[in-house]
Design a protein around this ligand. Structure first.
Ligand code: TRH
Length: 356
């Protein structure tokens, strides 16, 4: 089937990251024909770069405007149109669909949430005045929700430790044997400086991998640069491919992630993590975080519950790092749980089945 994915980039990398990961899955795992219309090609190409060549050719990346039909090139009517994160389809593209002999199905792909109400709204029709069938599709953890976008499922860290990506070889040589290893991918509002200073106070050797742009966040190269004792080594990474980022997450003892896609990747890495959830004015993000922790800590003991909730609400590491080992084993149980509940192929597979 032919799929048109509309990807409107609000900010950051997630919109492009999720759309590219979905396109990869539909194309490589489900043999679908995929076209992406995006209003910020440099960001999408950044996320697409690093994926294997063959795939890059199979997925047709187009600028947003290319979706407007014109005299010379009427729209090739797809079978499915995805409005990623509820973006609005261009009027001129829709007009092309109105005259199309065979109408596609429109899918409004929503943001991921662990909140229980998601399953109620999932797969519900959204009647449109133009008569083209449209449905809500809610990603989610619950059985009767739209599932999680997991593809490609990364191998467990231990199995790939020796496969150091070329782009990371120079950094990996600087890592200290026996030192704990952490990666950081958070929003500017995180109390990162205070957090690292508190971590330093614990006295352990920790190598901290700062993902792209976080060294600047810490003003590492500016005047008031952060002065940390030598037991903390800060290493600044460039932006790596999605699969290389998966590898980094799998090789760390602890990860700080954010948004939506890295949030899922951290869980698949089977390692303890902080989810720096995308802050929303009405503090709705706090309810989203609590809903996830209810699922994530469902069968956790009191010590781990308190440690994880403290960490995820930015309590300083000295208050919870002692529970890291317990948390690590819990993370592996949670990874297995995710893979089991998404054993049907997760979001991409459920989408294909929903359309069939
Ligand atoms: O970049 P984000 O903060 O994206 C956010 C969220 O999607 C949020 O839901 C949305 O509302 C907001 O954008 C507008 O975080 P996220 O979702 O983790 O996306 C980051 C993507 O970048 C993910 O696909 C992983 C990828 N990535 C790399 O490929 N290489 C890297 O080096 C890093 C650090 C990330």
């Amino acid at each position: 089937m032919r799929w048109d994915i509309f990807c409107q980039i609000v900010d950051n990398y997630g919109d492009a990251g999720v759309c590219w990961r979905l396109a990869r899955s539909l194309s490589s795992l489900h043999g679908q024909q995929v076209r992406i219309f995006c209003d910020d090609l440099p960001t999408l190409n950044l996320l697409a770069s690093g994926s294997d060549e063959a795939l890059g050719h199979k997925i047709d990346i187009q600028p947003w405007e290319a979706s407007y039909s014109n005299a010379r090139h009427p729209v090739e009517t797809p079978d499915v149109v995805i409005e990623a994160f509820g973006c609005d389809l261009p009027e001129r593209y829709l007009a092309g669909l109105f005259i199309a002999p065979i109408k596609p199905i429109i899918i409004n792909l929503e943001y991921l949430s662990a909140e229980p109400w998601v399953a109620e709204f999932h797969a519900k029709a959204s009647p449109q005045s133009h008569g083209i069938p449209k449905y809500f599709f809610f990603p989610g953890f619950q059985e009767d929700a739209g599932g999680l976008l997991l593809d490609p499922i990364p191998l467990e860290g231990g199995q790939v430790a020796h496969l150091i990506p070329q782009s990371l070889k120079s950094i990996w040589l600087k890592l200290r044997p026996g030192a704990k290893r952490m990666s950081v991918f958070c929003y500017p509002g995180a109390p990162l400086r205070k957090w690292l200073e508190d971590l330093a106070g614990i006295g352990e050797n920790v190598d901290v991998l700062l993902t792209h742009g976080h060294a600047e966040l810490l003003n590492l190269y500016g005047e008031k640069t952060i002065a940390l004792p030598s037991n903390i080594q800060l290493l600044s990474m460039s932006f790596v491919s999605q699969d290389e980022y998966d590898w980094v997450l799998s090789q760390c003892d602890f990860n700080i992630v954010r948004g939506e896609d890295s949030f899922i990747r951290a869980q698949l890495a089977g390692k303890p993590f902080i989810w720096h959830i995308y802050p929303q004015e009405d503090r709705a993000h706090e309810i989203k975080l609590a809903a996830f922790l209810d699922l994530y800590l469902d069968n956790a003991n009191q010590e781990l519950r308190l440690a994880t909730i403290a960490a995820m609400t930015w309590a300083m590491p000295s208050q919870w790092l002692k529970s890291l080992e317990t948390w690590d084993s819990h993370s592996k149980v949670w990874r297995a749980h995710i893979l089991k509940t998404q054993g049907d192929g997760g979001l991409a597979a459920r989408l294909v089945r929903f359309i069939a």
